[in-house]
Design a protein around this ligand. Structure first.
Ligand SMILES: C[S@@+](CC[C@H](N)C(=O)[O-])C[C@H]1O[C@@H](n2cnc3c(N)ncnc32)[C@H](O)[C@@H]1O
Length: 300
């Protein structure tokens, strides 16, 4: 029997078929670009990019998304360049909000394209508040966050029946050694769910130390996913105690998502094949996953 295939459709055609509105003059649209793979932009995001006058985009947004812009639209890269690795201008948050507000006041249809989801460690709330204070209308268009898509790309479900009934997204940017830390390490260590740290590569040793000091088991499965959903993706499987050394030895850096919790072991079953270790010490074998009805069997 011959199977009928459906012809592929252009996303703009699809956006039109779904009745999605384009970007509005005088508005700021805060749009999530997704974690990296341009295919993870939402259809609404694509429709807005396809009708914008000005796009202010982040360092982590895939530049190919700019191919969706109409001819004549202006694209401004408002990178923060945290590692100062190039001579690119670094924009302050105030400069970014001023650009958005001014452009909207000039009657432009403005898209602020932010990596992942605008409201997950993206300072989207601050940009929305700045628009509100300036009397500029805005909307938030959710994106696929690396907090969920990063682990998923490594085969790690952030919740899994029998292993984790909850998940906490935590900034790894705050120095855990500082006395005024707003992160409640004691509660996080005791939390019987998955911990997902964003912006945590530099502070990984302190993050792991704090969790262990407050009683989280050394053998807790952990994983690091760098450049998730892109061709540069790399995954490290380890344990809480070994993570700092294994990460340092792996040569992996930012952007990466760190997962701590039993679900990390599931990635060994569902994720892409492990890459060969870059250093002589091997990543320890996965500790056994608690045996419950839903717990997968992880090879020793
Ligand atoms: C400023 S936060 C922005 C998060 C973004 N709003 C989101 O929802 O994904 C940047 C951090 O997100 C994480 N991240 C972003 N893209 C990533 C990717 N493709 N792979 C792994 N982690 C990523 C990293 O922890 C990075 O340091």
């Amino acid at each position: 029997m011959t199977r009928q295939t459906t012809p592929r459709r252009d996303p703009f055609d699809l956006a039109a078929r779904l009745g999605l509105d384009g970007a509005r003059p005088g508005w700021v649209h805060l749009v999530g670009a997704g974690p990296g793979d341009p295919g993870l932009l939402t259809l609404r995001g694509a429709a807005l990019l396809g009708s914008a006058d000005l796009v202010a985009y982040d360092r982590l947004a895939d530049p190919r998304l700019l191919d969706l812009l109409p001819t004549g639209a202006e694209a401004v890269r408002v990178g923060k360049n945290p590692d100062r690795s190039c001579r690119e201008r670094t924009w302050t948050q105030d400069e970014i909000t001023t650009l958005l507000v001014q452009a909207a006041r000039e009657g432009k249809a403005v898209v602020r394209l932010k990596g992942g989801d605008p409201f997950v460690f993206g300072r989207g709330g601050e940009e929305a508040l700045a628009c509100r204070e300036a009397g500029v209308p805005f909307e938030v268009v959710s994106g696929v966050s690396s907090a969920v898509a990063g682990p998923a790309a490594a085969g790690i479900p952030v919740t899994h029946r029998g292993l984790a009934t909850g998940v906490a997204f935590v900034t790894g940017h705050e120095d855990p050694a500082k006395p005024t830390s707003q992160v409640d390490w004691e509660s996080l260590a005791r939390f019987h769910g998955t911990l997902v740290f964003l912006m945590g590569v530099r502070n990984a040793p302190e993050i792991c130390s704090r969790l262990r000091e407050h009683g989280r088991d050394d053998a807790t499965p952990a994983a690091v996913v760098q450049w998730a959903t892109t061709p540069r993706q790399r995954v490290l499987h380890t344990t809480l105690a070994s993570l700092p050394d294994d990460l340092a030895g792996s040569g992996m850096g930012s952007p990466a998502t760190i997962v701590v919790g039993d679900v990390a072991a599931v990635g060994r079953l569902l994720g892409p094949p492990a890459e060969p270790a870059r250093r002589t010490t091997t990543t320890p074998a996965a500790p056994p996953v608690p045996t419950t009805v839903d717990a997968p069997k992880v090879p020793a």
